[in-house]
Design a protein around this ligand. Structure first.
Ligand code: RP5
Length: 171
């Protein structure tokens, strides 16, 4: 990234990074400068505090926190900054991500986290939501968000014969 990051994506483990690919792709599509870090709220709490303070000083405007299991990372991020935090719950094992979802979404009043869907869908939506928030004070980004919406709206298919779809024969 050449310009200074405005979105900081933090995940709790290197094992989370593959699921976040769509988040980085969408941020790139919008031309949003980002940086990614692996800092566990449980294993490296002091490092997380230092990182948030440094990121704010460098101009980061919004944080994305992604974690699985007892996913406290987004909530701890929200406790450390007044800037918006989007939480991505990840599927970390036996409970299929429901554990992380509950951890991310059930924040106490006064410490908000914007929770998105579990896994890769949520990772992409974290980037789309970040773009919409940042677009409130960025005309270029507002145009990019509208361009994406227009492109997406053009994908409707009317009068489809499902039997003619490729790959559905014999199912
Ligand atoms: C969470 O525990 C991480 O976000 C990850 O989803 C999960 C497992 O971490 P590792 O044991 O793979 O490092 O904190």
């Amino acid at each position: 990234m050449t310009s200074s990051p405005v979105v900081a994506v933090v995940c709790g483990s290197r094992s989370d990074l593959p699921v976040l690919g769509g988040c980085f792709d969408v941020l790139d599509r919008y031309g949003i400068a980002w940086e990614a870090s692996v800092i566990s709220a449980h294993r490296q709490p002091d490092a997380l505090g230092h990182y948030v303070r440094d990121a704010e000083a460098r101009g980061v405007l919004l944080f994305v926190g992604a974690a699985g299991l007892a996913a406290h990372l987004p909530g701890v991020l929200a406790s450390l900054t007044a800037r918006p935090v989007i939480g991505v719950p990840l599927d970390g094992g036996a409970l299929g991500g429901a554990d992380a979802l509950y951890s991310v979404v059930q924040m106490p009043p006064g410490v908000p986290v914007a929770a998105v869907a579990i896994g890769s869908a949520g990772a992409k939506n974290a980037a789309h939501l970040a773009a919409r928030i940042l677009a409130l004070s960025d005309a270029r980004l507002a145009a990019a968000v509208e361009a994406f919406r227009a492109e997406q709206a053009g994908g409707a298919e009317l009068g489809v014969d499902p039997r003619s779809e490729p790959g559905t024969a014999g199912r």
